[in-house]
Design a protein around this ligand. Structure first.
Ligand SMILES: [Zn+2]
Length: 171
């Protein structure tokens, strides 16, 4: 099983090749820079900060360390997910981490709102929130998923694992 450092090196090498290909074939690809940047941004996020190995966050793990002082927020995720279980599946695995961040973010927002409300400050982020255009959103999703899939391939896990996992669960 590759270490966190090896996973990062693999992902960065692939991104490097993709960057060269993008620059070389840019005119014929018709892919705008904002889309390429959105892809690369979420790809890097998935390479360094939100990796499948966070299922080990109850221990020392590279990605958790990269979060610095807020790395401990991942410990419940590590406790909830067995190493190389659902967290290491192709479709649901990456989603579990996004959903987890969503839940933690929502709870923190609620807490901040309640505390500030207690102090008489009204916090309302919803009013300023605007979803990015759908093509940017897709580039973000694709970048994140690609980084996760490369991790799984390096771990020797192929898409058929999802089916086997589902079957094992049903039994
Ligand atoms: Zn792994």
């Amino acid at each position: 099983m590759p270490s966190g450092r090896v996973h990062e090196a693999i992902n960065l090498s692939v991104l490097g090749v993709a960057c060269v290909a993008y620059i070389a074939y840019k005119p014929s690809l018709g892919l705008s820079e904002p889309l390429a940047l959105a892809f690369a941004g979420s790809y890097l996020l998935g390479t360094f900060l939100v990796t499948p190995d966070l299922d080990l966050a109850e221990n020392r793990v590279r990605a958790k360390g990269r979060w610095g002082v807020v790395g401990f927020f991942w410990i419940p995720y590590g406790l909830m997910f067995a190493h190389r279980g659902l967290s290491h599946t192709w479709l649901a695995g990456p989603l579990t981490r996004v959903a987890y961040m969503g839940v933690v973010g929502f709870l923190l927002y609620g807490l901040a709102r309640a505390l500030l409300g207690y102090l008489g400050v009204h916090l309302e982020l919803g009013a300023h929130w605007q979803a990015p255009p759908s093509d940017v959103l897709w580039a973000l999703v694709l970048g994140y998923y690609t980084s996760q899939w490369l991790h799984l391939i390096a771990d020797g896990i192929w898409p058929d694992t999802d089916f086997r996992y589902a079957r094992r669960r049903r039994r």
